[in-house]
Design a protein around this ligand. Structure first.
Ligand code: PMP
Length: 412
């Protein structure tokens, strides 16, 4: 059987369940936030004694801290295949990176309706064109082609993989399309990067945004990587210390490079952890990671397709490549209560809702909410089987899971 590929900080965690017992936690909410790799947690422990002011301190710990941050920048650049003239700007997360980037784009942006809100809302009103996805990716590409031709956009911004369906988009095709119109391509790598290697130079991606907390590092650090010219010409993301060459009472000259957008003391621990997680996955190997998750994803989908009373939400009918994400809706009953019962009675974490992708969800789903199970490097076959068994048992109970079973009552 497939054991977890990597040891995560939550391995063996037990959680309380209704009735007073405890069960080994099954984490199938990895797409929301992945627990840190154990090796990343240990690395952070080693770094903490050197915790000191970054960039401007003169003491040894300060120099170490600065070296760690700049080393992390180099690791990120190497990991994503950045070109020599690309910048790596550290941000809080993908949302922060895309908001920063939105003010740097010198023109209109075309997006698909399949996007997470983080890649829908930051683009300037009036300068954002939303193309509604078609049933196939091929015809969606034609619709994007037509829109890019019509509006002469500066940017096409797409997700690398859907956080609802798990579908992995053909990025190189999207890059060719954008470039054929003289536009650039940005990829929201929040879901894709933690599970697949994304080489931006090889794929033709001009900008990539991602979050550390989905890539097996702690919360609070993310990155925007991409071509320097637009970023150097953009208004500074934050105004403050570190982003300036000099300041007078009435004037300021801003730096170029990553400093321009990183005013204030950065999240050193988050940045160091993020880079360490990426390096760990290089060590584990891209193929081992993809193979592990592929086998579990097949098992998850096969089990859900076979489950009566459940419909798996699919997007494009010509995209077969997907990450370990499956979103279902129920023929009847409350999906929110089903998700809560999985947690409260079976110690299984999933997510219910519309997953911050309301336009996509509303187009593909027939009900108002879905339940998403998502897996990763720490997932085992046993995790998938426990979920499928618990789901079948709750659905067999019929709408009973929607009733208050706990003596004291529980409310999701
Ligand atoms: N894009 C996608 C595809 C996502 O799944 C998410 C997180 N759910 C985000 C962007 C936003 O990431 P963060 O919350 O880390 O900014």
């Amino acid at each position: 059987s497939l054991e977890p590929l990597a040891l995560l900080a939550d391995a063996g965690l037990e959680v309380p369940v209704l009735g007073g017992g405890r069960m080994r936690h099954v984490n199938l909410d990895v797409a929301a936030s992945a627990p840190a790799l154990q090796s990343v947690a240990e690395h952070v422990q080693r770094v903490l004694p050197y915790y000191a002011s970054v960039h401007r301190g003169t003491g040894y710990p300060s120099q170490q801290t600065t070296a760690l941050v700049e080393g992390a920048r180099a690791t990120v650049a190497r990991h994503v295949g950045a070109r020599d003239d690309d910048l790596v700007v550290f941000t809080r997360n993908t949302t922060d990176a895309l908001n920063l980037f939105a003010s740097a784009v010198p023109g209109d942006t075309v997006v698909l309706d399949i996007e997470h809100h983080a890649n829908l809302l930051p683009w300037r009103d009036g300068g954002r064109r939303v193309v509604v996805g078609r049933s196939s990716f091929a015809t969606t590409l034609d619709a994007l082609d037509a829109e890019l031709g019509r509006c002469r956009a500066a940017l096409l911004s797409v997700t690398g993989a859907s956080n609802v369906t798990g579908e992995v988009l053909p990025i190189a095709d999207l890059a060719d399309l954008a470039h054929s119109h003289g536009a650039r391509l940005a990829v929201d790598g929040a879901q894709l990067l933690p599970h697949r290697r994304v080489d931006i130079a090889a794929l033709g991606v001009d900008y990539l945004a991602f979050s550390g907390h989905k890539a097996y590092a702690p919360y609070g650090a993310g990155a925007l990587v991409g071509r320097a010219d637009w970023l150097d010409a953009a208004p500074p993301h934050l105004a403050g210390g570190g982003a300036v060459e000099s300041v007078g009472i009435d004037d300021v000259s801003w730096k170029t490079g990553p400093d321009r957008h990183e005013a204030g003391t950065p999240n050193v621990i988050g940045i160091v952890a993020l880079a360490r997680a990426l390096a760990e996955f290089e060590r584990l190997g891209d193929e081992a990671r993809a193979a592990h998750e592929h086998a579990l994803t097949q098992r998850l989908h096969a089990g859900l397709v076979a489950q009566a009373g459940v419909r798996v939400i699919r997007g494009f009918d010509d995209v077969d490549d997907r990450l370990g994400i499956a979103t279902i809706e129920l023929d009847r009953g409350s999906i929110g209560l089903l998700a809560a019962a999985l947690g409260a009675e079976h110690g299984i974490s999933v997510r219910a809702g519309r997953f911050c992708a309301h336009p996509l969800f509303d187009r593909l789903a027939t009900r108002s909410n879905g339940l998403r199970a998502s897996l990763g490097a720490g997932t085992s076959v046993d995790d998938i089987d426990r979920f499928l068994t618990a789901l079948a048992a709750l659905i067999a109970d019929g709408p009973a899971y929607a009733y208050d079973r706990a003596p004291g009552g529980w409310c999701p």
